[in-house]
Design a protein. Structure first.
Length: 592
């Protein structure tokens, strides 16, 4: 057992790694708190008076000077109080003092410390505590190991988490319970290993601990999120056959998955099935349906569902209102979106930053920047802080309407206010400069990012390549493109398409086709937009025969004309009716 602890410890010494963990010394003060301390810590309720960190440290100081010392249970309660306040490093700090003073500890205290280490993303320290278990003869339990497994998954150490679980089972160190199985399966699913979680479900069926509703829910939800609705439905039927009762979570996962695939008749069937089983949809269930409808543009239907849920006594929450409001924003129906926003306030539900951002984005899309700016100012007035996403949306809007000076000032102000630009912000700034012909400003910002290196990736370079091409700087765009392998970046389909578009814009169709072949040779498959860009290049250059040859070349590949391509096609179709035979969509209409 010691091998498990030692493996995750620094310098091979479990005690060194835990007790060398540096925490600033705490100066205890008896003047800042007024806590009543009674002799019998196990009975009195003095822990309920611990409201802040100073309270906790003051109480601890009084406890260690009490004669006789309070019980181990009392010290465990203090550590638990610190966890509830989310002062995880203080748990470790106080535990170090407890150990130095040789105060007895119990299994609960050790589990609390392990949990705090894991919540700090320091599972290495958590494993060190296992050695203290061993030294003091305190038995391990499944709770401690479940906590460590959860911590490893949180640190993205999937292999280590699975290895630990297998070791526990293989060496019969402890019998995994439903919670441990669920922790492993949930961790696997969240890291994209749904099939492994399903395999573990099957393995669990062969052991002492059998899968319950919660276990099935984990796999069903993962199947639904991966679009594997047949597998999820099969597991639901399996639950029924084994008399494992599905619950609201089971049905909500399935309804969400089916809604995303527009299988509304099956959604309706599940709703009726739920009600028949006396499982009534909650706000999460309704939100899944409403979200699916809004994503399809059926916002009126979504609003009807919202009315229906109110009639059934289920009150919409801020997520419900945000989804419907965003649905109207995406359709450009800002009057209706604002009505939903106002009705949310009338219901006593305070809009959150997501609500404001959705509405601001809607106004930006409609180029109503005065209303967007007014709403942005309301955020601070209502006690909220804009997110970097909110700021980036507004920045994009200012560039869209050509208010470049305002955009520059706003960018400086948002940084001064403590908003750290993210990838989207930088791409927005670069795109805005290029869109307004401010190539020098764009390149100046780009070179700043290059010098910092950590802020640059393929999206940033793609934004620069695309901007240079659209501003007639094809040579600079090509030079930037050629530099990518030298700095360890690989162009994606968007990067290649940007370069191809640049060549087509200059009428260099042979170079565009060469770039197309190059991307295919490098294992980057063209998409529909890539093909459309080249076809439009042929149209603009009036090279109809070359375009025909190209269409034959890409025959059988996933390709359909975009609206911009059709618009160009209509300008030349009268001159050459044979083009109809090259295009399935038009060919079908021509035969009628």
């Amino acid at each position: 057992m010691m091998r498990i602890a030692v493996r995750y410890c620094l310098n091979g010494n479990p005690f060194f790694s835990f007790f060398a963990y540096s925490i600033a010394p705490r100066h205890y003060s008896t003047n800042t708190c007024s806590i009543s301390v009674k002799g019998n810590f196990g009975v009195s309720n003095e822990f309920e008076n611990v409201k802040c960190l100073d309270d906790a440290f003051s109480l601890f100081r009084q406890m260690v000077t009490t004669k006789p010392l309070p019980s181990a249970v009392s010290f465990s309660k203090l550590l638990k109080a610190l966890v509830h306040m989310k002062h995880y490093s203080s748990v470790v700090s106080i535990f170090r003092e407890i150990h130095k003073l040789r105060i007895p500890v119990d299994a609960f205290a050790l589990s609390t410390v392990v949990n705090s280490c894991c919540l700090m993303h320091r599972t290495d320290l958590g494993f060190s505590v296992l050695a203290i278990h061993f030294k003091k003869g305190i038995p391990y339990n499944e709770v401690t190991f479940t906590t460590l497994i959860r911590g490893l998954f949180a640190e993205n150490k999937v292999k280590d988490a699975v290895h630990l679980f297998k070791k526990l089972v293989r060496e019969n160190i402890c019998e995994p319970d439903e919670v441990m199985y669920g922790t492993v399966m949930d961790g696997l699913c969240k890291k994209g290993h749904t099939q492994k979680a399903f395999d573990l479900l099957r393995l669990m069926e062969q052991g002492i601990t059998k899968p319950d509703t919660c276990i099935y829910n984990i796999v069903i939800d993962a199947f639904c999120k991966d679009g594997m609705l047949d597998g999820a439905t099969s597991l639901l039927n399996e639950m029924k056959q084994k008399n494992i009762p599905p619950d609201i979570i089971t049905y909500t996962s399935l309804i969400d998955g089916l809604g995303k695939l527009s299988q509304w008749e099956k959604v309706r069937t599940l709703f009726l099935e739920m009600i028949h089983l006396n499982i009534y949809p909650d706000v999460c269930t309704f939100n899944s349906v409403i979200d699916g409808l809004c994503k399809e543009g059926k916002v009126e239907d979504a609003e009807e569902i919202m009315t229906y849920m109110i009639e059934k006594g289920v009150e919409p929450n801020e997520i419900t209102y945000n989804v419907v409001m965003d649905g109207y924003c995406l359709r450009g129906q800002m009057g209706r979106a604002r009505r939903i926003f106002d009705s949310m306030i009338d219901k006593g539900i305070e809009p959150d930053i997501i609500s404001y951002t959705a509405l601001i984005n809607g106004y930006v899309e409609k180029k109503k920047m005065d209303k967007a700016m007014q709403l942005f100012r309301e955020i601070s007035q209502n006690g909220l802080k804009p997110s970097i996403v909110t700021c980036s949306v507004l920045l994009r809007g200012l560039f869209e309407v050509g208010r470049t000076e305002c955009a520059k000032i706003f960018f400086d102000e948002m940084q001064a206010a403590g908003h750290i630009p993210n990838l989207y912000t930088h791409c927005t700034l670069l795109g805005g400069y290029f869109k307004n012909g401010l190539v020098e400003e764009a390149m100046s910002h780009f070179h700043k990012l290059e010098r910092r290196r950590e802020d640059t990736n393929i999206q940033i370079y793609t934004a620069v390549i695309n901007g240079l091409c659209k501003n007639g700087k094809l040579d600079k765009a090509h030079a930037t493109f050629e530099k990518l392998p030298l700095i360890g970046l690989h162009p994606d389909v968007i990067t290649y398409t940007a370069m191809i578009s640049g060549y087509c814009q200059e009428g260099l169709l042979d170079e565009a086709k060469d770039m197309l072949r190059k991307m295919e040779d490098n294992g980057c498959l063209p998409d529909n937009r890539t093909y459309n860009v080249i076809v439009r290049g042929f149209f603009r250059s009036s090279k109809v025969s070359e375009m025909k040859a190209f269409l034959k070349e890409i025959a059988g590949k996933s390709f359909s004309f975009e609206a911009a391509t059709v618009e160009l096609l209509m300008d030349i179709i009268a001159e050459d009716p044979s083009l109809l035979n090259m295009i399935p969509e038009f060919h079908r209409d021509n035969k009628k």
